[in-house]
Design a protein around this ligand. Sequence first.
Ligand SMILES: Cc1cc2nc3c(=O)[nH]c(=O)nc-3n(C[C@H](O)[C@H](O)[C@H](O)COP(=O)(O)OP(=O)(O)OC[C@H]3O[C@@H](n4cnc5c(N)ncnc54)[C@H](O)[C@@H]3O)c2cc1C
Length: 403
Amino acid sequence: MSEHIVIVGAGHAGGTLAVQLARAKDRFRITLIGEEAWPPYERPPLSKQFLMGDVPLEKTFLRPETFYADKGIDLRLGTQVTAIDRTARSLTLSGGETLSYDKLALCTGTRVREIPVVGRDLPGVHYIRTIDDTQAIRTVAREGAKVVIAGGGYIGLEAAAALRKMGCEVTVIEMMDRVMARAVAEPVSRFYEAAHRAEGVNLLLETGVAEIGGTDRATHVVDSHGHLHPADLVLVGIGVVPVVELAEAAGLATDDGIIVDSRARTSDPDIFAAGDCTRHPNRILGRDVRLESVQNAVDQARCIANELSDKGADYAEVPWFWSDQFDLKMQMAGLPAPDDQVVVRGEPSTRSFSVFYLRDGRVTGVNAINVGSDYVRGRKWIGEGRDVDSVRLANTEIPIKEV
Ligand SMILES: Cc1cc2nc3c(=O)[nH]c(=O)nc-3n(C[C@H](O)[C@H](O)[C@H](O)COP(=O)(O)OP(=O)(O)OC[C@H]3O[C@@H](n4cnc5c(N)ncnc54)[C@H](O)[C@@H]3O)c2cc1C
């Protein structure tokens, strides 16, 4: 008899896992449960092409809507899993129904971190996490609309770039002294700050949001220096938190994420977890991490599928990520520490350069802006644990593959 695999969360990881398991015909009975109304979709376009209206809704779907029924996957949308009974190996669903499982996969992702200021609940204050969020933003983001964005991380800056292209007047308010400070080195931050300002974004650093003002809806933002910024739309992009409550209530080990081992197994042998919601060991990095990336959602989902198909192998992937802002495609790999050595390769003013990160000569990260070959090489080096000569690396007369 086929094993019943229930997947909680029909996002990137949950959707990928269902697709992978469906390949093993008849071996599994698959139920995929998602609280959103949409079949599994890609979130990256929500702050990029889909926000600008450059791709239709269906193009964001991981698979066409009909795929799941065609493959015999029981896809239940608009349904929340509210409890796990590990002893009975069953779940409670939002409609009150119970559902038993043989193996369970938690792919519950993250939710947005809410901004803790007066006015945060006013209509006109938006986050960008779901299709519904981006659709709501698109109804207001007309040419000339004033948009204030809280947060100069990837999502805030991608949205700023998209909204500028759509003709909006954009202000970005960032608390730190540089943008994307958690993820990239100073030369990359400074380059992006200049790029945004050159495109007409009003970028404020070392500034917080003190209050969102308005009566029936948000009409302005007051910053921490007391300045008032008129707003037709307020966007908040100040990070996310892992969705772990279901796992926690069931007594699974958590610590800023559901704790899993190198095979994506939780502390219960019948329960796995994948994607943004997990904290997991990464052999290449030599430490436990929680990642928020498509790469990790896909690779961990594959890891579970392999484990369930008796082809298990330890998860050991180089983390990678990308960000599109204006004509700038940044590709990133690795997870460098803040005090790693920074080597700039190329001239930022050409809008095509890279920043490498080294620790004791070993490559730990790369940010390549419009230079795909540096990204590919850097990612390979990180995986191999390669030492490189920083002087040769900085010399663009030496082709990257000869460094
Ligand atoms: C605007 C935006 C831009 C991004 N850009 C990039 C990018 O350029 N590159 C990149 O690598 N990554 C990017 N990311 C991150 C990437 O989308 C995530 O890392 C990825 O979606 C994680 O997949 P996941 O399946 O773990 O979580 P999600 O995709 O968040 O899916 C989790 C799903 O589980 C559902 N759920 C949670 N609890 C329950 C429950 N109890 N019952 C039922 N359903 C539940 C949630 O509603 C959600 O639909 C971006 C994210 C956003 C929001």
